[in-house]
Ligand binder design. Sequence first.
Ligand SMILES: Cc1cc2nc3c(=O)[nH]c(=O)nc-3n(C[C@H](O)[C@H](O)[C@H](O)COP(=O)(O)OP(=O)(O)OC[C@H]3O[C@@H](n4cnc5c(N)ncnc54)[C@H](O)[C@@H]3O)c2cc1C
Length: 382
Amino acid sequence: MTLSDKTYDVIVIGLGGMGSAAAYHLARRGQRVLGLEKFTPAHDRGSSHGGSRIIRQSYFEDPAYVPLLLRSYELWQELAESTGLEVYRTTGGLFVGPPDSLTVAGSQRAALEWDLPHEILEAADIRRRFPSFDPADGEIALYEANAGFARPEMTVQAHLDLAAREGADLHFGEAVTDWHDSPSGVRVTSGNAVYHADQLVICPGAWAPEVLSDLGIPITIERQVLYWLEPAGGTAAFDDQPIFISENTEGQQIYGFPAIDGPDGGVKVAFFRKGQECTPDTIDRTVHPDEIDAMRDRVTELLPDLSGPAVHTATCMYSNTPDEHFVISRPAHLTNVTVACGFSGHGFKFVPVVGEVLADLATSGTTTHPIALFDPARLVTT
Ligand SMILES: Cc1cc2nc3c(=O)[nH]c(=O)nc-3n(C[C@H](O)[C@H](O)[C@H](O)COP(=O)(O)OP(=O)(O)OC[C@H]3O[C@@H](n4cnc5c(N)ncnc54)[C@H](O)[C@@H]3O)c2cc1C
């Protein structure tokens, strides 16, 4: 065990979605940054893999997220321009369901409250404009032209590359085993060394229950499955589709993407929030035939052509808080620590703005972004 003789302003634990963005925004502000990640860059063991993530602005979860989304979109655009990479694409988004469903009514509420461009489509309009979709009579959709998808692995790698270019030291294959906060700074211990810095930013994803065990934030880890189904008539009809979220009368949501993985790549679809509790150590990484059948049965209610076999599947983890809102905070009983966790299955579209917020919190103790909803005090029972 060595004591690192380099001095750092900020150490970032976890270089997944949020941590890679934080490392970049901190380094860009001239901070001397050390990033510690237990796996490889843009790996598939956590929550930021699988090729695509929905981005949207008419946020049914709560209109309070909208200003953060507007800023996130600006930063997605900056990231695309500064790297020349297609880290995101706007395809339009259809949010389908009964008129009073959370997916439709909640999206409309956010769109109206923030004056976001949108259209309301009847079932017949949806069938006419998007022939692959066959919603039930009586279902409607909010159509948002600004919705689309981001590329998670490409985004994480882009933030890591930019952070390194700005001088950040990024260590992979180095798990943090302990961290300690004091008024004079922080101490972080890994399998390799002990490091000191003024500030610590912790973005542990599904490892939050372990890495943040002392904070008493209730987070449950949930296994999720992604399915790439082969369309009956080939992928061409799905090439230029909007992303979609569809809610049935039981409140069960599914979502999906256009065919972005080539003619043999299938069409990616998934259940939103249908998983088994697990830990990163106990998650079942095998996807079972009955799960694929259940997905196909449900998605063909809306997209009848998605009736073919699964060409690929993957598992991923949600980190759920009880109210499904994030945790982004400088915990009151600590002096030099900022945490970001509990992204509850909907965090990726916020990655760029969360990076900016974490850089604000670590360097100035505060942020002008609206993050009151994410205070862990709402969850911690003492
Ligand atoms: C199937 C699925 C679909 C999703 N779809 C969407 C979507 O469409 N739109 C959307 O906005 N969001 C979506 N999300 C949610 C979004 O992807 C997550 O909220 C986001 O990726 C979480 O990022 P994170 O940085 O918290 O976690 P991660 O990216 O997993 O990063 C945490 C990192 O910390 C590292 N780490 C943990 N412990 C240690 C340690 N002790 N030492 C060093 N490193 C450590 C881990 O290895 C990991 O790299 C989806 C998630 C899943 C799983």
